[in-house]
Ligand binder design. Structure first.
Ligand SMILES: [Zn+2]
Length: 311
C-alpha cells in the first residue's frame, strides 16, 4: 500500500463533491456544491475547478494527483468526455483531464462515475481482496464496472460495464437506449415501480424506493416484485459470469437497499442460469454507499501515480 494522498472529485447531474482520499481509502474534508447543470458546461467546469482549488487550499496533506468520476462516457486515454446525456448539457467534448492538469498543476485521471464507484468498492469496499470483480449499480438505471487484476477495465472507448443494456429478452420491452429487451427495463427502480403499479392497479405514481420501503414494511406483492427483478438481473449476470468468471459481483445503488431478498434472487438467477462451476459466484452488497465514487476517483489517481495494481 502506497502512502500517496490524492484528491477525488465526483461530478453528478445534481452535485459535485470533492475530498482528499488517504492511502487507506478514507475521505477527508469532503465538500459539495450543486452542479447547476442547466447553466452549461463552462459554468459546471468552473465550479469543478473552484471546489478542487478549495480542497487543495484546505488540504492537511497535499495530494499528488487528482482523480475524477463524472457522468458520461469518458475516453480512458485522453480523459475527454466523449458522450454525455442531457444530465449535463454540452458536457460531451470537454477535455476534462487536460483542463484540470492545466489549472491545478498536478496530474489528473478521469473516468465515468459508475466506473469510479466500481473501483472504490473493489479496492476499499465490499470487494477488498477480490482480484477480479464486477460492480453493478441498480437505481434509476443499471450501470456497472469491471475491475480486473485490481484495475478498472473501461474498454477501448470507456463503454465497458454497461450492464443495464445486456439483453434478457429478444425484442422485449423498449429501452431508453433505443434497443429492446435490456435488463434495465426489468430490474431497475423504475421497472420495479412500474410492475408494482401494474399488479396493484394503482393510478398514482410510485417509485422504486416506495416499493422497497413497502417490502420492508411487510407488503408481500412488493417482495415478489423485488425478487422477480432480482431474478431478471441474475439471468443477465449469469451470461456475464460465464463470459468473464469474476471472483465476485458487488451490488450497489438504491435498489440494493432491498437487501437480502434482492441479493438472494440475483444469486438464485445466477445459480439457475450460469455454468455449473460459476453458479456459486459470490454476490456481495456494496459497503461504501454514496462515498464510493469519491473514494474510487482517489484510487484511480493513486494507481495512475504509483502504477501499483490494487494499491
Ligand atoms: Zn438499453
Amino acid at each position: 500500500m502506497s502512502d500517496v494522498w490524492t484528491l477525488g472529485i465526483d461530478i453528478g447531474g445534481t452535485k459535485i463533491a470533492a475530498a482528499l482520499v488517504d492511502p487507506s481509502g478514507r475521505l477527508h474534508g469532503t465538500q459539495t456544491v450543486p452542479t447547476m447543470a442547466r447553466e452549461g458546461r463552462d459554468a459546471v467546469l468552473s465550479r469543478v475547478v473552484a471546489i478542487a482549488r478549495a480542497a487543495l487550499d484546505q488540504a492537511e496533506v497535499q495530494p499528488t494527483a487528482v482523480g475524477v468520476g463524472t457522468g458520461g462516457q469518458v475516453d480512458p486515454t485522453t480523459g475527454e468526455i466523449i458522450f454525455a446525456t442531457a444530465l449535463i448539457p454540452g458536457w460531451a467534448g470537454v477535455p476534462l483531464r487536460q483542463r484540470l492538469q492545466e489549472v491545478l498543476g498536478i496530474p489528473a485521471w478521469v473516468t465515468n462515475d459508475v466506473h469510479a464507484m466500481a473501483l472504490g468498492e473493489a479496492i476499499h469496499g465490499a470487494g477488498r481482496g477480490v482480484r477480479n470483480g464486477l460492480y453493478v449499480a441498480v437505481g434509476t438505471g443499471i450501470g456497472g464496472g469491471w475491475v480486473l487484476d485490481g484495475r478498472l477495465y473501461t474498454g477501448h472507448d470507456g463503454l465497458a460495464g454497461s450492464i443495464g443494456h445486456v439483453k434478457v429478452e429478444r425484442d422485449g420491452r423498449p429501452c431508453t437506449c433505443g434497443g429492446r429487451g435490456c435488463v434495465e427495463q426489468y430490474a431497475s427502480g423504475p421497472a420495479i415501480a412500474a410492475e408494482y403499479r401494474r399488479q396493484r392497479g394503482l393510478a398514482e405514481a410510485v417509485t422504486g424506493r416506495d416499493v422497497v420501503e413497502a417490502m420492508h414494511a411487510g407488503d408481500h406483492l412488493a417482495l415478489t416484485v423485488v425478487q422477480e427483478a432480482g431474478r431478471w438481473l441474475g439471468f443477465a449476470l449469469a451470461s456475464l459470469v460465464n463470459a468473464m468468471a469474476p471472483d465476485a459481483i458487488i451490488v450497489g445503488g438504491g435498489v440494493a437497499e432491498a437487501g437480502k431478498p434482492f441479493l438472494d434472487a440475483i444469486r438464485s438467477g445466477i445459480a439457475q442460469y450460469a455454468l455449473p462451476t460459476a453458479r456459486s459466484t459470490p454476490v456481495l452488497k456494496a459497503t461504501l454507499g454514496p462515498q464510493a465514487g469519491l473514494i474510487g476517483a482517489g484510487v484511480l489517481a493513486r494507481q495512475g501515480i504509483t502504477g501499483n495494481e490494487g494499491a
